[in-house]
Design a protein around this ligand. Structure first.
Ligand SMILES: [Zn+2]
Length: 481
């Protein structure tokens, strides 16, 4: 499979490029949805093509073409060269400074014990419909929905430095949600199945049914939940809830391209400027946030990135202090690093690679601590589970997050359900208010499949995670009922 990609790199080298790489991608996707007791949608998509990137005169040129033949390769290289030559005229600062990397020859395959693309459609439909049926057995539930999504990304990568890399990664994700209607109100409760780089073996039918029953009962309970109190309270977040907060307030904030002003048009820049590295107190000494593109079953675990750099593990925040950024080879020098962190990815063969959030998670507490003990130390507070609406400013600084289900904590115990609760803070205030997180027995991963970035937008996947975590004296306000 490498021949045409080598040919692309040879043409670029002969044309005087200081660097070039070529990728061929085959993408298979399947998406099924259910509504109530029926399959509502089923689509299969196969897509393939090449992307060629050249660095000429310090400027990038990128072009892509569908399919995989000599004509497509020639036209992509010619377009990429033309773009790079045109862009070089506008350079004022000497152009791209490209971090060195060894040439690699490697293959990476994710676990896939049961290929989701060969599992019979009847079995997949039955899984969704059985879960929906369990939700609808609760008379308060008037709508039950779910989806299953599978993706296989086969990638061949060659660059002018001699790297030849192949990855074959299958990912599976699913979600269920129940809508309860009553007393002039409606409420929704959802459950996200593990979103992982694994095959159909990631899904357990008994777990789908049990979670369907639970979310149906909790959707009904939300109908009569009390309005959340307002003021300052201690809060506890579950893994899923905190995953979104990690994503928005740490993940995007520490993308080095965003810090350098390369990613402003879609969702702003970042308050985490370079002068803060190794100095800034991002959080309390309980807070260690680890990036890890080697995490088992992590959605950003693909063996290597689209700069040809192997997956790595490094701290973003260590014992509360800012220690790192997500980088690609173009950006490493901005923080005086010789080597990229290997976090530059493209979402498609027609997309140019950009710095993306890696797998990123809050490390579990070092001392044994159960959720009951964590909550037991709160007189009056709130427990947030799952994701709901959120908002964060363009600097990734001031934010508010809701929860898909929220409970009141009274005298050290989780009690009645609340609705309309939002926690409001600024990134360093929030992470500095963290005084404890449960130990590794209670740590859970949580996959994100819809991270948007770039202009034109690209959609990436990565995994976050945390154990239940406590934050002291956080401002609570009310959103929609
Ligand atoms: Zn995102």
């Amino acid at each position: 499979m490498y021949d045409l990609l080598r040919q692309a790199c040879d043409i670029a080298r002969t044309a005087g490029c200081s660097f070039a790489d070529a990728r061929y991608l085959e993408i298979d996707e399947q998406y099924l949805t259910s509504r109530d007791r029926a399959l509502a949608h089923n689509s299969d998509n196969r897509d393939c093509g090449i992307g060629v990137r050249v660095l000429h005169g310090g400027a990038w040129g990128f072009a892509s073409a569908p399919g995989y033949d000599a004509a497509a390769v020639d036209s992509a290289v010619a377009s990429a060269l033309e773009i790079a030559r045109a862009s070089a005229h506008a350079l004022r600062d000497g152009g791209v400074r490209w971090a060195e990397e060894s040439p690699w020859q490697a293959e990476y395959r994710s676990q896939c014990l049961r290929d989701p693309f060969t599992v019979p459609l009847e079995e997949k439909a039955d899984l969704l419909i059985a879960a929906n049926d369990r939700m609808l057995q609760n008379p308060a539930i008037k709508r039950a929905q779910g989806y299953l999504a599978f993706r296989r990304l086969r990638r061949w990568y060659v660059n002018t430095e001699g790297s030849e890399l192949h990855s074959d990664v299958t990912s599976s994700s699913a979600m269920l949600w129940a809508v309860a209607v009553g007393d002039g109100d409606f409420q929704q409760r959802s459950w996200q199945a593990p979103s992982v780089t694994q095959g159909f073996e990631a899904f357990d039918r008994a777990q789908f049914i049990a979670e369907a029953e639970r979310i149906a009962a909790e959707a009904e309970e939300k109908l009569t939940a009390a309005l959340a109190p307002e003021g300052e309270f201690d809060i506890v977040t579950d893994s899923e809830n905190l995953s979104l907060t990690i994503h928005e307030s740490v993940g995007h904030a520490t993308e080095l391209d965003r810090v350098m002003g390369y990613e402003v048009s879609l969702a702003g820049s970042s308050f985490v400027t370079r002068d803060k590295l190794d100095r800034f107190r991002y959080g309390s000494d309980q807070v260690t946030l680890m990036a890890d593109n080697t995490l088992q079953h992590g959605l950003a675990t693909h063996g290597f990135d689209d700069d040809g750099v192997p997956g790595q593990r490094w701290p973003i925040v260590e014992d509360g202090i800012l220690r790192g950024y997500s980088t690609g080879r173009e950006f490493a020098h901005y923080v005086d690093q010789q080597r990229s962190r290997g976090s530059c990815r493209a979402d498609h063969w027609s997309s140019i690679p950009i710095v993306r959030i890696p797998n990123l998670f809050l490390m579990p507490g070092r001392r044994p601590l159960t959720p009951d003990e964590l909550i037991g130390d709160i007189e009056h507070g709130l427990y947030f589970e799952g994701m709901d609406s959120f908002s964060i400013d363009q600097w990734r600084l001031n934010f508010q997050f809701g929860g898909n289900a929220v409970w009141e904590i009274r005298h050290g115990r989780k009690t009645r359900m609340l609705k309309a609760a939002l926690y409001q803070s600024s990134t360093p205030d929030f992470w500095n208010a963290c005084d404890a997180t449960c130990d590794e027995r209670f740590w859970r991963a949580h996959g994100v499949t819809n991270c948007g970035k770039g202009d034109p937008i690209q959609v990436a996947q990565m995994t976050h995670g945390a154990a239940p975590t406590r934050f002291r004296r956080i401002s609570i306000c009310r959103g929609r009922n």
